[in-house]
Design a protein around this ligand. Sequence first.
Ligand SMILES: C[S@@+](CC[C@H](N)C(=O)[O-])C[C@H]1O[C@@H](n2cnc3c(N)ncnc32)[C@H](O)[C@@H]1O
Length: 217
Amino acid sequence: MHVNDTSQGSSSRPSAEDDAIGRFERLYAEAERGAAEVPWDLAAPHSLLAEWTARVRPDGSGRRAVVVGCGFGRDAEHLTGLGFTTVAFDVSPTAVRAARRRHAGSPVRYEVADLFDPPADWAGGFDLVLESMNVQALPVGLRARATAAVGRLVAPRGMLLVIAAGRRPGDAVDGPPWPLTRAEVESFAAAGLTPGPVEEITAPDGGLRWRAEFHRS
Ligand SMILES: C[S@@+](CC[C@H](N)C(=O)[O-])C[C@H]1O[C@@H](n2cnc3c(N)ncnc32)[C@H](O)[C@@H]1O
């Protein structure tokens, strides 16, 4: 589905999966009416992203970043602040409209787009790809396709940073979300992506988190 201004169904995806994606638009629309809260609506960038950029100090000048499933843009604004020419996209038109409103004047290009059908010229188009807390929010039946779609955005000599909630193999999952096992995180290393560090982190709430790098030569 290539989304321009709706989150209608897709002919290439079973309707239950479309519905799982459509629930984001419904949540954002309810939040816009004041009838719901978006749990990830936080002013600060994700702490695991902020820590990583503080440590690695990536120089974004002359480099392109893309933020997958950007929501209201908290991480995109962080990356643009580091000098990256940043595109941030979400399947939810309401979220993208809100991000543009919140960050009026921001150099970030906020776009409505579907990870499963992104603009063709995004393939291999980004020096830094950020996938934070999105793949886990999609039904398990979409995971392999989502993982591959994220990886396709990475440019030659570019990198992918994955931040995700984690679980141990055999842990019960009752999503959403459906946290990732280490093997599921490691599966981002495909189609020319080489794994870098895969960090296992204990969040303040005691939950498991992954922060993992993948590089394209
Ligand atoms: C759990 S939220 C995380 C949002 C953001 N990454 C953050 O951490 O604040 C998942 C986001 O992915 C978006 N999303 C879900 N399916 C998508 C798809 N197929 N393409 C692009 N974005 C999608 C949702 O609309 C939602 O904003």
